[in-house]
Ligand binder design. Structure first.
Ligand code: ADP
Ligand code: MG
Length: 263
């Protein structure tokens, strides 16, 4: 067993908003090895996003331990956390969170503005990341000229451009139709094969099926954690496309028959 990339021990987050303290996360102990693809499932309010925000160093736990790549990040101050985040982590969100009126290329360059990467290299690396997600011919498009699936691919390119060890994706297919979801999952599986560690929140079992491990949460706790044979997203996409095409040709036949009958 290699050293875990992510290791939490009794990770706990309690929100105190005015009245009752609310335990959003309770004693979560999870180890994730480099190169794993983990789906986090659970009903709304079960603590999935809270967990992701802690893993992503966007927030600090109330108690418990979190080691990222062996270093204790649970108690770092904000500036150091930001540095760790930039070095190790890429984020993908449900609503893409792109700037609508600047090009895909400029969106992908953004995370590099916080480092001191020279403009030429920023440009080069953003173009490389967009090529990796299959958008080499869309670099000048603005997000508001793109489909949801394309926008999510731009967001994935933006997550990749800093060359992170881990991609954290919170319901990345939540805003996509089912065929586009599978298409986006083919991309996550490619990144997985390339060695990137992925933690992905979803409430859809069909999406979790593409991961190699499923962690189920309820009421802020881990209810189950099991490895599985990941379903191949390329195969699933081919099957979904074939089914759609068959349905479309059946619809066309029906319309044709109806026309003949009427005429
Ligand atoms: P999930 O992503 O599984 O839907 P969340 O992690 O968003 O769940 O929320 C877990 C619980 O913590 C919920 O009861 C939610 O209302 C609460 N919560 C989440 N974020 C905050 C916050 N910033 N302040 C107060 N309560 C919060
Ligand atoms: Mg959530």
């Amino acid at each position: 067993m290699p050293r875990p990339l992510i290791e939490t021990v009794n990770l706990t987050k309690i929100y105190r908003m005015g009245g009752q303290p609310l335990a959003a996360l309770r004693d979560v102990s999870v180890s994730i090895a480099p190169g794993e693809f983990v789906a986090v499932m659970g009903p709304s309010g079960s603590g999935k996003s809270t967990f992701m925000n802690l893993l992503g160093c966007l927030d600090s736990p109330t108690s418990g331990e979190y080691r990222l790549a062996g270093s204790d990040v649970a108690r770092l101050d904000r500036d150091v956390l930001a540095h760790v985040r930039n070095r190790y982590i890429g984020f993908v969100f449900q609503h893409f969170n792109l700037l609508p009126r600047v090009s895909a290329l400029e969106n992908v360059e953004l995370p590099l503005l916080y480092g001191d990467v020279p403009a030429r290299e920023r440009h080069h690396r953003a173009a490389e990341a967009l090529t990796q997600v299959g958008l080499a011919n869309r670099m000048d498009h603005h997000p508001n000229q793109m489909s949801g699936g394309q926008q999510q691919r731009v967001a994935i390119a933006r997550a990749l451009v800093t060359r992170p060890k881990v991609i954290l994706a919170d319901e990345p297919t939540g805003n996509l139709d089912s065929e586009t979801s599978v298409e986006v999952m083919t991309l996550f599986q490619e990144l997985w094969r390339a060695g990137i560690t992925i933690v992905l929140v979803t409430h859809e079992p069909d999406v979790a099926a593409f991961a190699g491990r499923v962690v189920n949460m309820k009421d802020g706790r881990v209810k189950s954690d099991r490895r599985q044979e990941a379903r191949n997203a390329r195969d699933a996409l081919a099957a979904a496309i074939a089914l759609r095409q068959q349905e479309q040709s059946e619809d066309a036949e029906h319309a044709d028959a109806a026309r003949k009958e009427a005429g």
